[in-house]
Design a binder for this molecule. Structure first.
Ligand code: SF4
Ligand code: SF4
Length: 447
């Protein structure tokens, strides 16, 4: 069919923009979309426009930049001039593995450079989404343990990848009960900023502009979902979103270049108090298998009342570059699958749909190798693609190995948050603020 020579993007798509004048109809985007298992399901151009899961794979493979993310950096420049607003920005785990590639430097953790640049741009607070990932693990592990006890809605699927969530909603709606109801780290963190943190700094939620830098284009659509407005419901303030804007890693590069900031000379800086740095287990979210690895560290503690030994923390089976990784924990009687690249998910989802036992927990990341290779990361060439992917993964693994903070449940900020604000894991307040609902068909108004 003709429409399968190029992906068709709706004018209203929240995450992706297409310039038809530039398009060569070369079909590279079509192959990328096919790999994501989306195009296969589409019978008409209209369906493709509606079913796009916003993953951004087509952007990475387009040779002439006819496809790109919907930019927010101009809006951010405007907001940064607004003296009345409190400007908060947080960095997702995978961004620091690739950001310096925008400036020709590969394989370096750029965390402190990014913080320095964001401060220079005029943000009031810079936080770490790895802290949001710590919170997700603490809540999600409790949810998994409860489901295992009740033998209900298993296997549980991770829910932090919005492209996978939309894929389930559109193509496997009968499996929605298997999705963890925990929000993604970005979504949880947005709620905490506009509830707990706004109380700490004694402002209204509406006074805060909450920005996230992410490796992901699908996050631009995720933050607009109507159910991700727990702070608005909690504070009873009208017209606010938990997270206001998502900038991709590439957009951050554009913003820095436009503002003539010399990244090589920028002074390194640290994340702001009181939210501090996330644990390095939270940082593992950037790599496929990382959610599972962090989860096991916390589930082990919950069930065995002691932490895994230092030399047991790294689970090699979950760190390979494979598309489907399997880990059977004898100690915990738990089988885990970590799947990346949606082309690897279909058979597994079909088996689950047919009632076959495949695992107790299944992590799915839409992008190959996970968020380190997300649709919003710097573009690579065909020649250096595999080398760069490896270097990005190593940044995360090295950080985990050298850190003293490798357990999400030991993050002092998370402990304080539960003790003084959320009551306890799985409490009604935690459900109100940290959990979410799904819809069999996305109701985002894309045409
Ligand atoms: S963003 Fe993903 S799902 Fe949408 S057209 Fe591009 S490759 Fe296909
Ligand atoms: S794997 Fe990560 S970057 Fe890719 S779509 Fe999912 S959340 Fe976004």
């Amino acid at each position: 069919m003709n429409f399968k020579r190029e992906v068709l993007i709706s004018k209203d798509n929240i995450a992706i923009v297409k310039n038809n004048q530039k398009c060569l109809k070369c079909g590279y985007c079509v192959s990328a979309c096919n790999e994501m298992q989306v195009l296969n399901h589409c019978k008409s151009p209209l369906e493709l426009k509606k079913l796009c899961i916003n993953c951004g794979r087509c952007i990475l493979d387009c040779p002439v930049d006819a496809l790109r993310e919907r930019y927010n950096y101009l809006k951010i420049e405007e907001i940064l001039k607004d003296k009345k607003k409190i400007k908060i920005v947080s960095i997702a785990p995978a961004v620091r593995t690739a950001f310096l590639e925008e400036f020709g430097i590969v394989g370096k953790n750029s965390e402190e450079k990014i913080i320095g640049a964001l401060k220079k741009l005029g943000f009031d607070y810079v936080f770490d989404i790895a802290t949001g990932a710590d919170l997700t693990i603490v809540e999600e592990s409790y949810e998994l343990e409860s489901r295992l006890k009740e033998n209900k809605n298993l296997p549980m699927f991770s829910s932090c990848c919005p492209a996978f969530v939309k894929y389930i909603e559109e193509f496997y709606p009968e499996l929605i009960p298997n999705l963890s109801t925990c929000k993604s780290p970005i979504a949880m963190f947005g709620t905490i900023i506009k509830t707990y943190f706004k109380e700490k700094i004694k402002v209204n939620a509406a006074d805060i502009v909450n920005v996230v830098v992410a490796p992901c284009t699908a996050k631009k659509a995720e933050i607009k979902r109507e159910e991700l407005n727990a702070a608005g419901v909690y504070t009873k303030e009208k017209g606010i979103h938990d997270t206001d804007y998502v900038l991709t890693t590439r957009e951050l590069g554009i913003l820095i270049k436009r503002n003539n900031i010399d990244i090589t000379k920028i002074k390194n800086a640290k994340f702001d108090n009181p939210i501090l740095i996330g644990s390095r287990a939270g940082l593992l979210f950037g790599n496929s298998g990382g959610v599972s690895e962090s989860l096991i560290r916390t589930v082990y503690y919950d069930l065995k009342h002691e932490n895994l030994k230092e030399d047991e923390l790294v689970i090699k089976e979950l760190r390979s570059a494979g598309g489907i990784k399997e880990y059977q924990s004898q100690n915990l009687e738990l089988k885990i699958l970590a799947v990346n690249d949606l082309k690897n998910a279909k058979d597994i989802l079909d088996k689950v749909k047919n009632g076959e036992y495949v695992a107790d927990f299944i992590e799915v990341m839409a992008c190959p190798l996970g968020c380190i290779n997300g649709g919003g990361q710097p573009k690579t060439t065909l020649l250096n693609k595999n080398k760069i992917k490896k270097l990005r993964r190593n940044v995360i693994f090295e950080e985990d190995l050298k850190s003293k903070h490798r357990l999400c449940h030991e993050n002092p900020f998370i402990q304080e948050l539960y003790a003084n604000f959320l009551d306890s894991r799985g409490s009604s307040k935690a459900y109100q603020l940290l959990h979410r609902t799904y819809k069999a068909k996305s109701d985002l108004k894309e045409k």
